[in-house]
Write a protein that binds this ligand. Structure first.
Ligand code: SF4
Length: 109
């Protein structure tokens, strides 16, 4: 299995336990938040990476398999900058150029 480490920075409180447990792949920034390597985890470090993920007290660290990355890229959501909405007024309805507004995406209803 090839995988990378990912941090949920919303959940992480930057206490640095992961960097102590896995200094080969995780450093800390000036505020104590982890900086994880974006490279694939070498096979020899995978067991330690799994244990470090399990040890994170806030479940903020996870392993992302490289196949999951490809899948997310294939289903790429258009960037927010691609969505244009005109100013709403009482006379004209907002106009959107997003694929959701044109009905090209399946409805969830
Ligand atoms: S162990 Fe978890 S909560 Fe602590 S710094 Fe690392 S990712 Fe954040």
């Amino acid at each position: 299995m090839s995988a990378r480490l990912r941090v949920d920075f919303i959940a992480c409180e930057g206490r640095g336990l992961c960097a102590e447990a896995l200094p080969e792949l995780i450093a800390l920034d000036d505020w104590g938040y982890p900086i994880v390597s974006s490279r694939l985890i070498p096979p020899r470090l995978l067991p330690d990476a799994r244990e470090t993920v399990r040890a994170c007290p806030l479940l903020a660290l996870r392993l992302e398999r490289s196949g999951q990355l490809r899948s997310r890229r294939a289903n790429k959501i258009p960037p927010a900058a691609a969505i244009t909405v005109t100013a709403a007024s009482t006379e004209t309805a907002p106009v959107s150029h997003s694929p959701w507004a044109s009905g090209s995406l399946p409805s969830t209803r």
